[in-house]
Design a protein around this ligand. Structure first.
Ligand SMILES: Nc1ncnc2c1ncn2[C@@H]1O[C@H](COP(=O)(O)OP(=O)(O)O)[C@@H](O)[C@H]1O
Ligand SMILES: [Mg+2]
Length: 256
């Protein structure tokens, strides 16, 4: 068999084995079969683009189906996450109470060795591991956000090591994981190269109308071309749909 045929056979047999999961964004399964279970996803976007809601929705979807979930928050306090979650889904407090969703606090409000809320790389990994131990069978994990974690580190140069430790740990556990990070960088960094899927959330002003968009920028093993979808934030969370042609999204070209 020539090598290209061998690769095709390998891809086909592999794709039959892929267990696709729904990350919870309403309408996304109209465009892709889902994302492979156990993969690492990075969600990037400016403030207010919907990263935290996407993270909450991903866990809510899993918890609804009986999965165990962990939300590691480095930015918002557990109180504001509870408030948003409860605002969006009436059963959210119940899922937290039943410990199907465990919130691990690494925010500024948490208790640290340093009274200035700055942590060493050891402390960051240690809190992370303790959080995972609170939910050892977690199949869905969120780290929101990597950017806040980086800022919280006493030495930001340690971020690369911390990120790689976290990624290795969640991969070992075969948990599907969403990491969030701020902004859409001109030059991709280590986080973007190491994850399996990259989602950009963005918005653009068109005359007087603001349009939110969802871009699946990179997706290992997922049969799709990069595409831009219209993103809506509604009372039950995020939903996507085909972008109306009238919006002429020429400005997106630079981001694909
Ligand atoms: N309950 C809600 N219903 C509808 N829209 C909401 C609700 N809560 C927040 N939003 C909107 O969603 C936006 C995105 O919020 P968030 O996910 O926290 O953004 P990010 O984490 O990217 O900074 C908010 O700026 C707000 O406009
Ligand atoms: Mg956020």
């Amino acid at each position: 068999m020539i090598i290209t045929e061998q690769i095709n056979v390998a891809i086909k047999s592999q794709s039959k084995k892929v267990e696709w999961i729904d990350i919870g964004v309403e309408g996304l399964l109209d465009f892709i079969p889902g994302l492979p279970k156990g993969d690492a996803i990075l969600v990037r976007g400016e403030p207010g683009t919907g990263k935290t809601i996407l993270c909450l929705q991903f866990l809510h979807k899993g918890a609804e189906n009986g999965e165990k979930c962990i939300y590691i928050t480095t930015e918002e306090t557990p109180e504001t996450l509870m408030r948003t979650g409860t605002e969006l889904w009436i059963d959210f407090p119940d899922l937290v109470q039943k410990k199907q969703v465990v919130i691990v606090d690494l925010s500024i409000a948490a208790t640290y060795d340093s009274e200035f809320s700055v942590i060493s790389k050891e402390e960051a990994v240690d809190i992370f591991m303790k959080g995972l131990a609170a939910q050892p069978e977690a199949t869905r994990i969120v780290v929101d956000s990597l950017s806040s974690l980086e800022r919280r580190l006493a030495d930001p140069a340690d971020f690369r090591e911390v990120f790689m430790r976290l990624l290795l740990e969640v991969k070992k556990r075969k948990a599907t994981t969403i990491f969030s990070a701020e902004g859409i960088p001109v030059n991709p960094d280590i986080t973007e190269y190491l994850v399996d899927h990259l989602i950009y959330l963005d918005y653009h002003k068109h005359d007087v109308i603001w349009t939110r968009v969802f871009i699946l920028r990179k997706s290992r093993s997922v049969p799709l071309k990069p595409q831009i979808l219209k993103l809506n934030i509604e009372k039950e969370g995020l939903s996507v749909e085909e972008i109306p042609i009238s919006l002429k999204p020429v400005w997106f070209a630079s981001k694909l």
